[in-house]
Design a protein around this ligand. Structure first.
Ligand code: CAA
Length: 284
C-alpha cells in the first residue's frame, strides 16, 4: 500500500493518546476515538501537556506543536473514526472479548486496504486477527510508555499476518521515528515476557521482606543502570495493567508468571500506581 496518511487510534488513555501524538507530529491526520467526551478531553490534555514539555525543551517548535494538535480530531463514533483510515491502532483495555468486538466492527467500517493494529502487550495477535475476518492485515504494534520518549516499536506478526503488512508496519515505525523489532506471536512477545517477570520478582521480594521498595529499585537503577527500578516502573505502567498481563502469561506459560498476592491486594485496594496517586510509592 502507499504511505500511511490517515490514522485512527481507538482509546484515548495513556497509550492511545501517546500514539495519536507521535502520528500527528509525524504529519499524519489522526482520528482519536474513545467512549465519551470526558475521556477524549483527558486524552487531548495529555497530548497538549506532553507537547508543551517538548516545546519548552526546544525539541519541537511551537508552530509544529500547533500543527500537530490541529491534525488530531476526536470522536466517540468508531465507524466515523476508522472511515478512510490507512491504519487503525487499537489501544483499549486488555480484554480479549473487547478486542474481538472492536476488531469485528473495525473490519466492517475501515477501508479494505487498512492495516489493523493492536497495541496489546501480551494477548494473541493471531486470535484477534482471526476474529476480525481480515487476519492478513492484522498486526501487533506494541508501543512503550511514555510513547513520545521511548524508542522501541515491537511489531508482532500473527500466524496469518502478511509480509506486506509487516513491511507497512516497518515503514510506519521509520516514519514516526521509532526503532522496530519484529517478533512472532507468542504470549508476552519479547518485551512484556521479560519485563513483567522482573517486576513480579521485585514484588515477591518486597512481600518476603528482602528490602524496602526504595532499595529494591535502587539496586536495579544504580547496579544495573535501569532508568527506573521495577517497582517504580510498575507504578508507571499501572498495577492493574501488570496484573492483567501476568494473569494471561500465567495461563499461557506457567507457574513462573503467577501473580504475587500483594499485587492482587493492591489492585483490589485501588492502589494502581501513578494514575491513582498511590502504588508502591505515593504521588502528589
Ligand atoms: N512527553 C514528553 N516528554 C516526556 C514525557 C512525556 N510523556 N515523559 C518524560 N518526558 C521527558 C522529560 O521532560 C525529560 O526531558 P529532558 O531529558 O529533556 O529533561 C525526559 O523525558 C526524562 O524525564 P524525567 O527527567 O522526568 O525523568 P527520567 O529521566 O527518569 O525519565 C522516563 C523518565 C523516560 C520515564 C525514564 O525513567 C524511563 O525511561 N523509564 C522506563 C520507562 C519504561 O521502561 N517504559 C516501558 C514500560 S512497559 C510498557 O509501556 C509496555 C507495556 O506493555 C505495559
Amino acid at each position: 500500500m502507499s504511505q500511511i496518511e490517515k490514522v485512527a487510534v481507538l482509546g484515548a488513555g495513556t497509550m492511545g493518546h501517546g500514539i495519536a501524538q507521535v502520528c500527528a507530529v509525524a504529519g499524519m491526520q489522526v482520528a482519536l476515538r474513545d467512549l465519551n467526551d470526558e475521556l477524549l478531553s483527558r486524552g487531548r490534555a495529555g497530548i497538549e501537556g506532553s507537547l508543551g514539555k517538548l516545546t519548552d525543551k526546544g525539541k519541537i517548535a511551537a508552530a509544529d506543536r500547533d500543527a500537530a494538535i490541529a491534525r488530531i480530531r476526536t470522536t466517540t463514533d468508531l465507524a466515523d473514526a476508522v472511515a478512510g483510515a490507512d491504519l487503525v491502532v487499537e489501544a483499549i483495555p486488555e480484554i480479549m472479548a473487547l478486542k474481538v468486538e472492536t476488531f469485528t466492527a473495525v473490519a466492517e467500517h475501515a477501508p479494505a486496504h487498512a492495516i489493523l493494529a493492536s497495541n496489546t502487550s501480551s494477548l494473541s495477535v493471531t486470535e484477534i486477527g482471526a476474529a476480525s475476518g481480515a487476519p492478513d492485515r492484522v498486526v501487533g504494534l506494541h508501543f512503550f510508555n511514555p510513547v513520545p520518549i521511548m524508542a522501541l516499536l515491537e511489531i508482532v506478526r500473527g500466524l496469518s499476518t502478511s509480509d506486506t503488512t509487516v513491511e507497512a508496519a516497518r515503514a510506519f515505525a521509520a516514519r514516526i521515528g521509532k526503532e522496530p523489532i519484529v517478533v512472532n506471536d507468542f504470549p508476552g512477545f519479547a518485551t512484556s515476557r521479560l519485563g513483567v517477570i522482573l517486576g513480579c520478582e521485585a514484588i515477591r521480594m518486597l512481600e518476603s521482606g528482602v528490602a524496602s521498595a526504595e532499595d529494591i529499585d535502587k539496586a536495579m537503577e544504580l547496579g544495573y543502570r535501569h532508568p527506573m527500578g521495577p517497582l517504580r516502573l510498575t507504578d508507571l505502567v499501572g498495577l492493574d495493567v501488570r496484573l492483567a498481563i501476568l494473569e494471561h502469561l500465567h495461563r499461557e506459560l506457567g507457574e513462573q508468571f503467577r501473580p504475587p498476592a500483594l499485587l492482587r491486594q493492591m489492585v483490589r485496594a485501588g492502589k494502581l500506581g501513578r494514575k491513582s496517586g498511590e502504588g508502591f510509592y505515593r504521588y502528589g
